[in-house]
Design a protein around this ligand. Structure first.
Ligand code: HEC
Length: 152
């Protein structure tokens, strides 16, 4: 019994100690004119869908849940947000070159049509972010139109 108590006490201490390690979750920034929200190629409903399903990992406006303050879940979140923003950041959309935008539109098409995005682990907690077939078709149509608009 004594060993069990020592192990539990050690685990509690480790849990408390890791809370002092910085999580690495990047700062949020206010939405400015570089945001995709200001791109005339983005139609309203699709933008709202991106806000609902993608912005937590692919924008500078992440809604952080309470467990973002608790290690080790905070580390997992930091990984998703940093990696997500580095691949595609809707808040910095205007800063991408046309070539980058075309590449990203193509990636968005692939990720959404194959059901890889939003991440499965995220959907477990954010059921409202799930894309149904109507939402998926709207995004694919938008991506095609946006691409045509850039190539024109
Ligand atoms: C929970 C966080 C999260 C959410 C929500 C999310 N993504 Fe991602 N996304 C990531 C991460 C992490 C990566 C990089 C690693 C990978 O591809 O899995 C990524 C990668 C991508 C890429 C680049 C893929 C590649 O390999 O070229 C695209 C495009 C993308 N996401 C689009 C979206 C779209 C569109 C949505 C919303 C419909 C979305 N993501 C929602 C975390 C997320």
């Amino acid at each position: 019994m004594k060993t069990v108590k020592i192990v539990i006490a050690a685990l509690v201490l480790i849990f408390i100690a890791v809370q002092f390690i910085p999580s690495g979750i990047p700062e949020n920034k206010p939405e400015d004119d570089k945001s995709i929200a200001n791109d005339s190629l983005v139609a309203g409903p699709v933008l709202e869908q991106f806000r609902k399903s993608c912005f937590d990992c692919h924008s500078n406006q992440t809604n952080l849940p309470w467990y973002s303050k608790v290690a080790p879940s905070s580390w997992l979140l930091a990984g998703h947000i940093n990696e997500g923003r580095s691949y595609l950041n809707f808040s910095e959309w205007a800063a991408y070159s046309n070539r980058e935008k075309i590449g990203l539109l193509d990636d968005i098409r692939n990720e959404v049509s194959s059901g890889k995005m939003p991440l499965k682990s995220y959907l477990l907690i954010h059921g409202e972010a799930k894309l149904g077939s109507a939402e998926t078709s709207a995004i694919l149509k938008w991506a095609d139109e946006a691409m045509a608009g850039i190539i024109d």
